[in-house]
Design a binder for this molecule. Structure first.
Ligand SMILES: NC(=O)c1ccc[n+]([C@@H]2O[C@H](COP(=O)([O-])OP(=O)(O)OC[C@H]3O[C@@H](n4cnc5c(N)ncnc54)[C@H](OP(=O)(O)O)[C@@H]3O)[C@@H](O)[C@H]2O)c1
Length: 336
């Protein structure tokens, strides 16, 4: 079978196409024929760092979607033929989704409803699970999103045209929140609106805080933050008492400072989110909620739903990585 691998860290050019024997699923594992592999910033950041010391040859890409074609000992043989979406395929493992077949623990291959495309399935693992975590770290929960559980809450999604931002808008809408998204230009505003945001604010315009306050006069309860270092002042200006900034990236800057008295006086919380290291219980909640949202048709991909797709064949995985690294707007997928 064909696989993309890298043996050292570096630019997209370290990725090369190779032939490998068909892998056999071990106990508790399934083997999935990968249809679509999804690319996220984490995949090129990992590639730049090179494979872990214990791994000779790394297959990139955490996310994907496909069909179970074999099961290991202890897994229900009835899973064979099941359409699935994949998460954390390459986290602390040598086998990502940029290959024709991947083996992974059965729980990391989640049933994909017949109504959801493989493209959507390959766009979920990192973005939707990160978004789910960010939307569930507020004091008082909920631990799992479901229709109505964020009713009455105002959510601010920074960067509503980003992959995580897109998932956050869709999940927050599904859960009943009022959703404001920030963007930097009119095209991205269209995408955030297509994803379902109620109100869009251009964060490059003068006084975005006043604009957000106009849309959510009582303040924002949850901020899903991609650029905490540059946005801490803006977030502080729009937060409601007892609210949370769930930050998941250092886009724009690596450090931030906050005023001590003002933040404790308003009982504000800044909560870091890393999808890989969040508690296992939070991962299980995210998987369950994402699957329920898929069934409800609330998680979609494609330009019409705010997430333009950029396709590459397997042998051009290096170009797919370069596109993500260059900050392409939308979702990069690899047809395996
Ligand atoms: N912690 C985790 O578990 C986790 C999970 C997933 C991703 N990440 C990280 O999160 C980042 C985004 O990932 P992604 O896949 O969503 O990337 P993406 O699709 O490229 O989206 C990034 C978005 O951030 C927006 N942005 C940048 N600066 C902004 C600012 N000051 N205010 C508002 N929006 C801003 C960009 O919009 P403009 O260009 O218009 O500003 C863009 O839409 C990456 O650094 C990634 O490594 C972390």
């Amino acid at each position: 079978m064909k696989a993309i691998v890298y043996t050292e860290g570096g630019g997209p050019e370290v990725l090369r196409l190779t032939e490998r024997p068909l892998p056999q699923p071990g106990p508790g594992e399934v083997r999935v024929r990968v249809e679509v592999s999804g690319v996220n910033p984490t995949d090129w950041k990992s590639r730049r760092g090179g494979p872990p010391a214990t791994v000779a040859e790394q297959v990139p890409n955490q996310d994907g979607a496909g069909v179970v074609d074999a099961v290991g000992e202890g897994v229900d043989p009835g899973r064979t033929g099941e359409r699935v979406w994949l998460w954390e395929a390459a986290w602390q493992r040598a086998d990502g989704t940029a290959q024709e077949y991947v083996t992974l623990p059965g729980a990391h291959a989640v049933p994909l409803p017949a109504t959801a495309s493989f493209d959507t399935g390959a766009s979920l693992g990192i973005p939707a699970m990160t978004a789910h975590r960010a939307l569930t770290v507020a004091e008082g929960g909920p631990a799992r999103l479901a229709p109505g559980v964020l009713g009455g809450r105002n959510v601010l999604v920074a960067g509503g045209a980003g992959a995580v931002g897109h998932a956050a808008i869709q999940l927050a809408r599904w859960a009943g929140a009022f959703v404001v998204a920030t963007v930097s230009n009119p095209y991205k505003a269209e995408l955030a609106r297509a994803a379902g945001a109620h109100h869009i604010v251009d964060y490059t315009a003068p006084d975005p805080a006043a604009e957000i306050r106009r849309a959510a006069p009582e303040g924002v309860d949850i901020v899903v933050e991609v650029a905490v270092a540059v946005n801490s002042g803006l977030d502080l200006a729009v937060l409601a008492p007892n609210s949370v900034v769930a930050y998941y990236a250092d886009n724009g800057g690596a450090e931030f400072t906050l005023p001590v008295r003002e933040t404790f006086a308003r009982n504000l919380r800044w909560h870091g989110v890393l999808v890989y290291t969040m508690p296992d219980a939070a991962k299980r909640e995210a998987v369950a909620a994402v699957t329920a949202a898929l069934r409800d048709g609330a998680l979609r991909s494609g330009e019409e739903s705010g997430l333009p797709l950029h396709r590459f064949p397997l042998e051009r995985t290096a170009d797919a990585h370069a596109a993500v690294e260059d900050g392409v707007v939308g979702k990069v997928v690899v047809d395996v």
